[in-house]
Design a protein. Structure first.
Length: 107
């Protein structure tokens, strides 16, 4: 079964292999712009530089670097809170030991 593709389901998505557009029969001649050839598409593909193609990768790398930095900052904050908590606990234990020693000396 050899059927032509439609707009919704083209035979191919490659612009080089698609047939050029024909002028419509119900429009007067010269009312539309000239047929677009595939050279424009080829030129636009050649215009893409390696740097442009690597932009998404660079953006992803920067995003991951930022996430890692934020995670490290969060870990430091958690460690600081834990250290302060342990310091307060040690100070309370020291005060209890002083009181116990004072009570033992007083008796």
């Amino acid at each position: 079964m050899n059927t032509a593709g439609t707009i919704d389901r083209p035979l191919t998505h490659d612009p080089k292999k698609q047939a050029p557009m024909k002028p419509s029969t119900n429009e007067p001649a010269g009312s539309a712009i000239e047929d677009v050839t595939t050279t424009g598409a080829i030129d636009s593909r050649q215009n893409r530089t390696r740097e442009m193609q690597l932009i998404p990768e660079a953006m992803a790398r920067a995003h991951m670097h930022e996430r890692l930095y934020e995670a490290e900052q969060e870990r430091q904050a958690v460690r600081l809170v834990a250290a302060r908590r342990m310091q307060r606990r040690a100070e309370r234990a020291s005060l209890r030991a002083r009181r116990a020693l004072a009570m033992a000396v007083m008796q």
